[in-house]
Design a protein around this ligand. Structure first.
Ligand code: PLP
Length: 386
């Protein structure tokens, strides 16, 4: 099957395709900037370093961070979250998380509960009752205790389109002296994020989803006054005679060779999102969502979860089939969707889909309305197999 025959509704896993300028820049960077950034002062090394710095500047600007040196490149969002969680929480600390967290947050928190005796509380995002933002924040306030040190939550769910009131949560964290870590794996590029205005202390984002960069990198972007331990130590060409990683950002957290071509591609991905506009992209995804919802509502045996939250992610199941069966049958028609649990056991428990998982459609800016018609035809054929 040709790539052009494929209908890709799995953008929450990773966006596809990427803007052409991303592919072009990765290639250009490998051909003309193939040195190792920070490991030498020759022209190829400097060319790679310049690209990396360009990306820090663009990312800082895009996310409202005043200092590009606070943009730390990581392997992915998971690594950025582990850095913030394990580098900031100490034995005996308490942390608040949401009931929609991905395993990228939930698992490191559970590991620290086991290894460092940290405790965690879970706040209700009101997915079922459509709780107001103020009520959600009141729920968080009730969980804050003397030893609560951090709040970490997702910006938007990866299994439904629930977006959390980040600005209000950030304001509350600032007022109550909590470190605010935001998992923006599903928010970046879909929601406008301003670290300063939203009081975000550490912002964790991927290259490869809503920013339309390549896979292989993410970012942990630090706010002011955050003192975080390292997760990994090693060389980076900076202060090599010191046995420690030093205090300077970004070098403190960037051990080992950075994926310069990937970062160069990410830089183009962010520029392309800026050129189209986050609001524009989100509005288009909502239009796709509305049409898909209308189709699913008109299909017997389909149940949609949390349909009240319109956005880029839609979760459903089909009577008589497991979610994995639906996903693999759709794949026979060239339609890529994801079934199962989406690495989000806690979120599936919240939506009541923990027993069986569900099918996720996730839209991106390159999806077309006509692709939804093809999806609907295929889904009805799958249904008729029963
Ligand atoms: N957080 C959320 C909400 C996600 O949806 C994902 C990935 O799907 C992650 C974290 C992990 O992102 P990455 O695969 O870049 O580590």
């Amino acid at each position: 099957m040709e790539q052009t025959d494929i209908i890709y509704f799995d953008n929450a896993a990773t966006s596809f395709p990427k803007p052409m300028q991303v592919y072009d820049e990765v290639r250009r960077s490998m051909l003309y900037g193939g040195g190792n950034a920070g490991r030498g002062a020759h022209r190829l090394s400097m060319a790679a370093a310049r690209k990396i710095f360009d990306c820090r500047m663009i990312a800082a600007d895009f996310f409202g961070c005043e200092d590009p040196e606070k943009v730390v490149f990581t392997m992915n969002t998971t690594y950025a979250l582990n850095l913030a969680i394990k580098g900031l929480l100490k034995t005996g600390d308490r942390v608040i998380i949401s009931d929609l967290e991905h395993n990228a947050v939930y698992r490191p928190i559970c590991a620290l509960a086991r290894d460092r005796g940290i405790k965690y509380d879970i706040f209700d995002t009101g997915c079922k009752e459509n709780t107001s933002d103020d009520k959600l924040c009141e729920g968080i306030e009730r969980l804050i205790r003397r030893d609560t040190r951090m709040l970490i939550c997702t910006c938007a769910s990866n299994i439904c389109s629930r977006t959390l009131p980040i600005e209000k949560i950030g304001r509350l964290c600032r007022k109550r002296g909590l470190i605010f870590v935001l998992d923006a794996a599903q928010g970046a590029g879909h929601i406008s994020i301003d670290m300063k205005r939203m009081n975000i202390d550490v912002l964790c984002v991927p290259s490869h989803k809503g920013l339309y960069g390549p896979q292989g990198c993410g970012m942990a972007i630090f706010g002011d006054g955050i003192e975080c331990d390292t997760l990994v130590e090693g060389g980076n060409g900076y202060d090599s005679l010191n046995v420690g990683m030093g205090e300077m950002l970004p070098e403190r957290f960037e051990a080992g060779t950075l994926p310069a071509p990937v970062i160069a591609g990410l830089c183009e991905g962010i520029k392309s999102v800026m050129a189209v506009g986050v609001e524009q992209i989100a509005a288009y995804e909502r239009a796709l969502y509305a049409r898909a919802l209308e189709m699913l509502d008109n299909t017997d045996g389909v149940r949609v979860y949390a349909p009240q939250f319109a956005g880029g992610v839609l979760l459903f199941d089909l009577d008589g089939f497991t979610s994995e069966q639906v996903a693999s049958e759709l794949d026979r028609y060239g339609i890529c969707v994801r079934g199962g649990y989406h690495c989000a056991a806690l979120a599936h428990k919240t939506l009541g889909t923990r027993a069986s998982g569900a099918v996720r459609l996730s839209f991106g800016r390159y999806n077309k309305m006509s692709e939804l018609e093809a999806f609907w035809r295929a889904l009805r054929s799958v249904k008729d197999m029963r």
